[in-house]
Ligand binder design. Sequence first.
Ligand code: 4AD
Ligand code: MG
Length: 480
Amino acid sequence: MKRTKIKKILTGLPAGEEIVVKGWVRTKRESKNAVFIALNDGSTIHNLQIVADPAQFTEEVLKKVTTGASLSVSGVLVESQGKGQSIELQAAVIQVTGEADPEAYPLQPKRHSLEFLREIAHLRPRTNTFSAILRVRHAMAYAVHTFFHEKGFLYLNTPILTASDAEGAGETFKVTTLDLEKVPRNEHGEIDFEQDFFGRETNLTVSGQLEGELAALAVSEIYTFGPTFRAENSNTTRHLAEFWMIEPEMAFYDITDNMDLAEEMLKYVVKYALEHCKDDLEFLNERELQEEKNKAQAERNELSLLERLAFVVENDFERISYTEAIDILRQSTPNKKKKFQYLIDAWGADLQSEHERFLVEKHFKKPVILYNYPRDIKAFYMRQNEDGKTVAAMDVLFPGIGEIVGGSQREERLDKLVQRMDEMKIPREDLWWYLETRKYGTVEHSGFGLGFERMIQFVTGMGNIRDVIPFPRTPGNCEF
Ligand code: 4AD
Ligand code: MG
């Protein structure tokens, strides 16, 4: 007989049905007349209760049914006598497919710390919290694709191996096949990348944007959704060395169209999660409430996870210029009382996460889109405004996260773009192909990047970005 997944059993199979179920034991409880096994197969947060009559099974089999062991069980579904479930499986045959020595198995049926679970990332998907996150992550990826597909955007695969550093921040991981013991040198004593695999210096991509623009300037609207690599040495709860980014790029969009699209997309995916991940989000909501009991009042969220998600879907984001934000921050209590780590004194300062979160969580109490940033703190490709000092950049700031989206209208005027590249010492010859799109049939266009893991953090309420990607890569950590 084919196995039936637990989600299907719990959401609709009638009593009397004969089935086979396969999964991993969460807990076992024994009474005189019955053994109760909670089995989970990851298709849902809920376990299937299996009831075994100890008289029908050998001691040897029942002894092997321990937390973490894998089972194949056949039997008949019956209406449950107990509380907590409406249906349960009366076991006829129990096959222990893989034992899990209870002395050695690291996951016990109790609450483990997230730090400990990171050390056993190979097993943490077997916990309620992580399987819920994996399911939500999947649903969010599906929602992203659905959103863009329904709008007629093309999913574009941009290269992971590249010779450019799109953001110009110099945080790339080098890619080479040169023998590091005997690195070849040219006549100037520099590393001779001509002998390297691609005949030039290459790295892992920090963004698919530049290639995304090339396609948008042909098929109008595209998006990328791929892995992104940044060697920034920031050990924070919001940075990964390998993360996934969604980068839409649209011809004939100005900065306002860009903001409208970002807001619509964020609302769409959050709404999708609320509608399609109900059980998992209710579990994560409860989990957060429990965690917050150990926190000081000031550190607790004013709204619960589910309330925060509904809030984002139902309310317009606040849109203010960088200049207005600086005025608010300068006048703010934490700035005056020197509570910010980085005090805001002058226009032109780069905003830190503490400032972004102040604006979102304390001042406006809603998501904020900041636009028109000083050009000196932004990338070369952003469109220069008439004032001569700002660019048409936009960042979306979210509660608990800070920056979740970064984007801009792009500089479509060849002369202005080249002038800015020269000022920032970006060699024209490296980006000759990018410049040609401005030479031939250039048009107004815009785009942005959404950090997928930061989005998952928001939707799941997880405080640390290492807990929303299956196998996190951070400075000093590339296990699994
Ligand atoms: O603001 P960023 O650097 O923008 C770009 O890369 C543009 N090329 C996007 C575009 O316009 N097409 O990154 C975009 C988003 C950030 O807002 C953040 O959510 C996420 O990517 N991000 C990271 N997420 C996890 N770990 C990191 N190290 C991240 N760096 C950026
Ligand atoms: Mg940014």
